[in-house]
Design a binder for this molecule. Structure first.
Ligand SMILES: Cc1cc2nc3c(=O)[nH]c(=O)nc-3n(C[C@H](O)[C@H](O)[C@H](O)COP(=O)(O)O)c2cc1C
Length: 365
């Protein structure tokens, strides 16, 4: 049997195989961020299709942290019943589910929240100027992550994943490009990691010692002068030391030039484009469970990198949108690459219409 189908634990959860559905914003939520019936359908298909664990699309932990329209919310207790429904349909298929906790920072759509960040600098992806957060606002946001994690636990979800990448608030703190603070929230890798560290600590205090808490970590920024792989690996080492249960290795702040999400993966050599980040992180975190995301398409390559020990799990995002049953297919012997070509049309327009594969549709104008 392939190592991809051997069970492996994250905290006290034993995942039945190594395939994780990585977060994709559903953009299907109600006006206050409520779970809706299309979300139940979307996720049940992936759970039924054999994934061991689903990381839900990012959910805003604070009313001011909403990044875009139709984003899922976890900022109020009234949202718990909908999240419970979601957990129930996923659990029918021996699949675990984590809520992804996020605050948009200055990567927010106009009109949804005030753009804010550690320092008053323009966002490297969007150019939006952030308002600098005060220390008391920082603590309020940290507490809102902890309250959101308690809601996830009350809803029966199996764990939480802190969004620490992709240019949202946490990664604005870890990056030297966007965090210029001279106080205890900035200055060097340790200071810039403090926001993430305190979020973890306050969640842990609120949910207790056994509830799985993982981090999707942006290990390196695309822009020059941003977070380097070495610094990103040091952030991972800090997380391992404070006790997170797993790290999903991803990218930091994207830039338009680097083409966030549109990286070419059409040859095997170009797949798994964040593998160098996992190779930098692994020696710093010992045996901490890692999952690698980003352009993984060939099952053989996935098997090789898990066998080599660079990662324990493989996280796939867009492939599950086009083929929710891809894990069952691989289990059944289909070893050719999954069909997703990262055309990224699922992203274009998703905020308005809800997430789906649009590979065979005309490109949006
Ligand atoms: C439509 C879309 C929505 C996404 N939403 C999220 C999100 O909510 N949270 C997150 O951490 N990453 C998000 N991502 C990034 C994916 O989780 C993943 O890191 C990226 O797509 C690379 O993996 P892939 O090549 O398997 O798609 C999104 C990607 C797409 C295409």
């Amino acid at each position: 049997m392939s190592i991809l189908f051997e069970p492996k634990a994250i905290g006290n959860l034993v995942l039945k195989n190594r395939f994780i559905k990585s977060s994709t914003a559903e953009s299907m939520a109600g006006s206050n961020g409520e779970v809706t019936p299309p979300m139940l359908e979307f996720y049940e298909a992936i759970a039924r299709g054999g994934a061991a664990c689903i990381f839900l699309g990012h959910a805003f932990v604070h009313p001011q942290g909403r990044a875009h329209s139709r984003m899922t919310g976890i900022h109020e207790d009234s949202l718990i019943p909908g999240l419970r429904d979601l957990g129930e349909v996923i659990h029918r298929h021996e699949c675990y589910v984590f809520a992804q906790l996020n605050h948009g920072g200055s990567r927010v759509q106009e009109g949804y929240a005030e753009p804010m960040g550690p320092s008053a600098v323009p966002h490297p992806l969007t150019g939006t100027l952030a308002r600098e957060l005060t220390s008391s606002e920082i603590w309020e946001i940290i507490e809102s992550f902890a309250r959101a994690a308690v809601r996830a636990r009350k809803a029966g979800l199996d764990g939480v994943l802190i969004h620490g990448g992709h240019g949202y608030l946490v990664s604005l703190f870890t990056s030297p490009l966007t965090n210029r603070r001279p106080d205890e929230w900035g200055k060097g890798t340790q200071g810039r990691s403090r926001f993430l560290e305190e979020i973890y600590r306050s969640i842990r205090k609120a949910v207790g010692p056994d509830y799985p808490v993982a981090v999707k970590l942006g290990v390196k920024d695309d822009a020059e002068g941003g977070l380097s792989v070495e610094d990103g690996a040091s952030v991972a080492a800090i997380l391992a030391k404070v006790g997170v249960d797993a790290i999903e290795v991803s990218g930091g702040i994207p830039t338009k030039e680097a083409g966030a999400g549109r990286r070419d993966i059409l040859s095997r050599e170009k797949e798994a484009y964040f593998l160098p980040y996992a190779k930098a992180v692994r020696p710093k975190v010992g045996g901490l469970p890692l999952s690698l995301v980003g352009g993984l398409r060939s099952p053989k390559l996935m098997e090789e990198i898990v066998t080599a020990g660079w990662t324990d799990f493989v996280s796939l995002a867009r492939p599950f949108i086009s083929e929710p049953d891809l894990v069952s297919k691989i289990r059944g012997g289909r070893w050719d690459p999954v069909s997703c070509t990262s055309c990224d049309r699922c992203r274009a327009g998703f905020a308005r219409e809800g997430l789906r594969c649009r590979r065979d549709e005309e490109p949006p104008t």
